[in-house]
Write a new protein. Structure first.
Length: 258
């Protein structure tokens, strides 16, 4: 066992041993899902607000300064089920994961800190072209990984879910109605891009869909981009052939005739 492994083992053992005497409390979780405007993926940012007792601050700081501690190590240290990814693709893994435990800010009886997770998830929406340059995006509620109850998943107390749609999105359906924003007098969400739920909403019947109309420029670029992807090998071969013919022309015209 190398020195780094011994050091990590020692830190984790110390953390695990002293966890019984530590006091941590996740006071709030803010989960934000940023939907992509061109495909079915999403960027997720989760921010946990944490209260740490005076007796646990040094332990937290030691773990924060350690390298290569995994999310499971932090789950063991904090002892909260909220320290996990709450948006998961059931048919694939997340990517571009980053976890950042923030510094301790002194507070009465201890201190507070924020812990930030960010990652990307595929297949968060299902995309269907319903008219020329018009696409419907339907949120895939199976990606939720919140508190499970007898009637399905729900947002626990102290948890806020935010969904951010691209500019220009037109909401087709939404249930349950978000706590923010309120609908207009016409019952629509014109120009709204951020939708939030934070009152212990049930998620078992969650639905969210919207439409986006692609600009003519984006359609043209997408067409030629797709054309290039489908015929990349042929285009490479054609380019090589053109260069070879040009070199042959120069060779016979200026070298052979000398």
């Amino acid at each position: 066992m190398n020195k780094l492994s011994v050091l990590l083992f020692g830190i984790f053992a110390t953390v695990s041993f002293s966890a019984a005497f530590a006091s941590y409390n996740v006071t709030f979780l803010n989960t934000t899902v940023i939907l992509n405007s061109t495909n079915s993926s999403a960027k997720v940012v989760e921010i946990l607000s944490l209260f740490i007792s005076n007796s646990s601050i040094s332990q937290y700081e030691s773990a924060r300064g350690a390298y290569n501690l995994t999310l499971s190590h932090w789950q063991t240290l904090i002892g909260s089920p909220l320290i996990t990814e709450h948006i998961l693709n059931p048919h694939g893994s997340i990517h571009n994961f980053a976890f950042l435990p923030g510094p301790v800010v002194p507070a009465s009886g201890g201190g507070s800190a924020t812990m930030t997770m960010s990652y990307s998830v595929s297949n968060v929406t299902t995309v269907t072209e319903i008219a020329p340059r018009k696409f419907e995006y339907v949120f895939n509620s199976t990606v939720f990984n919140f508190q499970h109850t007898a009637s399905g998943q729900e947002l626990p107390r102290g948890v806020r879910l935010n969904i951010i749609v691209p500019d220009g999105a037109h909401i087709v359906s939404i249930y349950p109605l978000p706590d923010y924003p309120q609908t207009s007098v016409l019952g629509t969400y014109a120009n709204a891009t951020v939708f939030s739920w934070y009152t212990e909403e049930p998620l078992s019947s969650f639905s969210f869909s919207y439409t986006l109309t692609e600009s003519l420029q984006a359609e043209v670029l997408g067409y030629f981009g797709g054309l290039y992807s489908r015929h990349r090998s042929a285009l490479y071969a054609a380019a090589v052939l053109v260069i070879a013919l040009f070199v042959a022309y120069i060779y016979f015209k200026y070298i052979i005739r000398q």
